[in-house]
Design a protein around this ligand. Structure first.
Ligand code: ADP
Ligand code: MG
Length: 579
């Protein structure tokens, strides 16, 4: 763990050494004052020689000036080191995030993930710049002070050395307990971040159900848990800090009495005595520093551990060695004996065999939960199938580079995700280098251009964080415009219009039909009337294909499709609100 932590320093080796060098020097220069006091009292004061006294004062001043400069440098460089490391860690974490598959995100709470990329890394950065440096300076000053104490008076130094470790040992022991406490605190922070995230995302649902009190109660539980864990940490901290204070004051009293004894015995000069007391102060400061580092170290290490766990999650969908990139795909898709199971373990697809010719439109129909969405999700490898194979143009999709494969597939879903930003940004998400002319053309083809033209800011109109300013139909048109820009060989329309009212759905069908032209298209549709003209209709039930053929042919048969159609026609005669 530590070796891994220090590996992050490697690119900043030079900075680290410089910072360390300055820090150690600064630490040692702190020892100048007690020595100066001894010299002033024992030598300069009795001599009464003013030129010597002034020379010594100037010398001391020079040392302080040097130290001031060193401290400024150390503060800046040390933090620079920390922020460099923090930036790199955050970059790696975000990079890793992009590689994880749908399967991973299915099992994660957003708040936890966000916490890892923000709070955790901040704590680690804090440790990265203070930890090793503070610890090292502390040890150096500690040893330096002790050596000087030995020079002043051996016995007195030994007495001090016996009393001090008691406090140090206690502090170290408490440090270990803090690690666990901080880890618990982090998981609490993750929990309520997730809670807030979910609440904000679902606030409309919460308010529509008037379930605010229920949400408050859930939040109060997380909040109380956090408070409890924080209090644990503070309790441990207060005990360890008080013990540290007590051991320091005890040492001072003991040194005071013992020192007085040695002075009376004529074994120690007055200056030596005062200088020694000051050295004890210097000797203790590192102990406090070490305690502080030991206290923040658990926080950082707990965060670092979580960070490492995250980085160590292997992305499960990656390029096979030797995977190919292809510039063009015709779009023949072949499913052979495809089996699939989500991580929950329940088999969802049980042997799908289907071949789709380039340019063909295939509609999947069947009851909810039959596996239609899952079939579609396997083609762009959002999930990897468990058994069997899917080929495109005869190439197993696992032998294509993931990015290449996905660049040839366009997915339009029921929920359109709009990024915060302008309409231009959102349409250009289909092809990042698209110019305004291309964006307008795409909007035109999606039948959204007129609407956008009427907006005062046109393409520069900001769509809300979740695109709330656009109607459902407009959002769907925007996602169609994205697809025109992307221009994929294969198109997947998974209930793209199911959330829309019938009139809007009909209006959008034209744009979708234009989009589908010349592309292999897999459609999942709730309203069967919209897929009547598909080249082939495939009825899926319980993860199997139960029927397949053109609309008319299937209707002739007294099979599953006919039953589905009849069931929906009955719906139509019912009041429109139930349709
Ligand atoms: P359809 O699109 O035909 O309604 P789906 O393909 O969405 O059906 O779902 C098929 C089955 O897989 C359902 O039983 C559903 O509960 C399950 N399922 C869908 N998505 C996931 C997922 N991400 N994790 C676990 N199970 C899932
Ligand atoms: Mg579905």
């Amino acid at each position: 763990m530590l070796a891994r932590f220090f590996s992050y320093y490697a690119p900043w080796r030079g900075l680290f050494v410089l910072d360390f060098g300055c820090a150690v020097l600064a630490g040692l220069l702190e020892l100048a004052f007690p020595i100066a006091v001894k010299v002033f009292i024992d030598t300069l004061l009795p001599s009464g020689e003013w030129n010597l006294i002034i020379a010594a004062a100037v010398g001391l001043l020079a040392i302080y000036l040097l130290n001031t400069g060193l401290m400024a440098v150390v503060t800046y460089w040390g933090h620079m080191l920390g922020i460099n490391i923090e930036t790199e860690m955050r970059r790696r974490a975000f990079d890793h995030l992009q590689k994880l598959s749908f399967g991973y995100f299915d099992n994660q709470k957003t708040g936890h993930l966000v916490g890892r990329l923000t709070k955790d890394l901040e704590e680690i950065g804090e440790i990265a710049h203070h930890g090793p440096e503070d610890l090292f300076i502390a040890v150096m000053t500690f040893l330096g002070a002790f050596v000087l104490m030995l020079f002043v008076h051996v016995d007195l130094a030994l007495i001090t050395a016996v009393v001090v470790p008691v406090g140090t040992i206690l502090t170290v022991r408490y440090g270990a307990r803090m690690t666990d406490t901080w880890r618990a605190i982090y998981s609490s922070v993750g929990a309520f971040n997730a809670r807030i995230e979910e609440n904000v995302g679902g606030i409309r649902v919460v308010q529509a159900f008037a379930n605010e009190d229920h949400e408050r109660a859930l939040f109060a539980r997380d909040n109380a848990q956090y408070r409890g864990r924080k209090l644990d940490a503070y309790r441990i901290m207060s005990v360890s800090q008080s013990l540290n204070y007590l051991s320091m004051r005890l040492t001072q009293v003991i040194v005071m009495v013992a020192g007085t004894y040695y002075v009376i015995e004529g074994d120690l000069t007055n200056g030596g005595f005062v200088g020694f007391l000051l050295l004890v102060g210097v000797f203790f400061r590192p102990v406090e520093k070490i305690a502080a580092v030991l206290e923040s170290y658990p926080k950082g290490i707990a965060g670092f551990r979580r960070y490492c766990d995250f980085l160590d999650t292997e992305p499960d969908i990656v390029d096979r060695p030797g995977a190919r990139a292809v510039d063009r795909l015709a779009g023949d898709i072949c499913f052979s004996n495809v089996h699939f199971t989500y991580s929950t373990g329940h088999p969802v697809l049980n042997g799908i065999d289907l071949s789709v010719k380039a340019g063909e439109t295939i509609a999947f129909v069947g009851p909810s939960g039959a596996g239609k969405t899952t079939i579609c999700a396997l083609v762009p490898r959002f999930y990897d199938l468990v058994e069997g194979a899917i080929t495109i143009d005869g190439i197993d999709i696992r032998d294509l580079q993931l990015a290449a494969l996905r660049s040839h597939i366009g997915v339009v879903q029921q929920d359109v995700f709009l990024f915060g930003g302008t309409i231009r940004d959102n349409v250009a998400y289909g092809r990042l280098d698209a110019g305004d002319a291309q964006i307008w053309e795409a909007l035109e083809r999606a039948h959204l251009a007129d609407t956008v033209k009427r907006l005062p800011d046109g393409l520069d109109t900001i769509v809300g964080e979740r695109g709330l300013k656009l109607s459902g139909g407009q959002k769907q048109r925007l996602s169609i415009a994205r697809m025109f820009l992307k221009d994929p060989a294969i198109l997947i329309l998974d209930e793209a219009t199911s959330a829309l009212d019938t009139a809007t759905e009909r209006a959008i069908q034209t744009a979708l039909a234009e989009l589908a032209r010349g592309r292999t298209t897999l459609v999942v549709a709730h309203r069967l009337s919209t897929i009547r003209h598909a080249d082939r209709i495939v009825v899926v039930d319980a993860g199997r294909i139960v029927e397949e053929g053109a609309h008319d042919a299937l209707l002739q048969k007294d099979g599953a499709y006919r039953r589905l159609v009849l069931a929906q026609e009955q719906d139509v005669v019912r009041p429109a609100i139930l349709a």
